[in-house]
Design a protein around this ligand. Structure first.
Ligand SMILES: Cc1ncc(COP(=O)(O)OP(=O)(O)O)c(N)n1
Ligand SMILES: Cc1ncsc1CCOP(=O)(O)O
Ligand SMILES: [Mg+2]
Length: 220
């Protein structure tokens, strides 16, 4: 997930990559092993640490434990919601929602090398604003019902098609995505599929979840 990556680098489904987002609550020490095994099971482009309802100390501790697990494997380590901590603690980037502060200010704070991802729901307008604010990717969703978050917005694959035809900025699709339903999103041009439950809650474990997502993307 390098800043400046474009859709023109894509060749069919090889251009769509898996982007893991963590469960919202976890014990970082215990999760480090699970994460290592999941990342070793297949191709993962990025991991977003998305912990909700934790204080800054707990967040810093989780970053310090989990960041090396991802980065040592060439997997970009992004932090949810907190550009300040992402910069201070060596993360490769941050994912910000529409209520997560000033996107242009975050861009400045992150500098040119770190990745800035922005939630755009199902809105072409928000996506164009995100591009103007300096986003490295625009995230659309939720494409399917999700148990991970109370998603207030739903998205449809046509926004991926439209965006991909109009702009080079990469897209991330999120929300209820799994190996069984991701085909239309890949074919609509999504550059990344972001998943939580499909991997961490896979009935055969996260490694099987990564392998299933990789296979479904390749087959789409
Ligand atoms: C890749 C990706 N896309 C969307 C989101 C959602 O971000 P946001 O709207 O800020 O909601 P929270 O994740 O903060 O609950 C995301 N985290 N990652
Ligand atoms: C963080 C987030 N933003 C929109 S849907 C979602 C949750 C995605 O989780 P899952 O892949 O389990 O549906
Ligand atoms: Mg947020």
């Amino acid at each position: 997930m390098a800043a400046g990556e474009t859709n023109s680098d894509k060749t069919g489904n090889e251009g769509c990559q898996l982007y893991l987002v963590t469960l919202p609550a976890l014990d970082p020490r215990a999760f480090a092993d699970t994460l290592a095994r999941a990342l070793d099971a297949g191709d993962v482009a990025a991991l977003q640490l998305r912990l909700k309802d934790v204080d800054d100390d707990a967040l810093r501790r989780a970053i310090d434990i989990l960041r090396p697990v991802a980065q040592s494997r060439g997997v970009a380590f992004l932090l949810n919601d907190r550009a300040d901590l992402a910069v201070r603690h060596g993360c490769d980037g941050v994912h910000l929602g529409q209520g997560d502060g000033d996107h242009a200010a975050a861009r400045k704070l992150l500098g040119p090398e770190r990745t800035l991802g922005i939630t755009c729901h199902n809105s072409r307008h928000l996506a164009m604003e995100a591009g103007e604010a300096g986003a490295d990717y625009v995230a659309f969703g939720a494409f399917f019902p999700t148990a991970t978050k109370q998603a207030e917005h739903t998205a449809t694959p046509d926004i991926l098609e439209w965006w991909t035809e109009m702009f080079e900025l990469p897209t991330v699709a999120i929300g209820g995505i799994n190996a069984g339903n991701c085909g239309p999103l890949v074919r609509a041009g999504a550059d990344f599929l972001a998943v939580v439950g499909a991997v961490w809650n896979h009935p055969d474990g996260p490694e099987a979840g990564v392998r299933a997502m990789n296979a479904a993307i390749a087959a789409a």
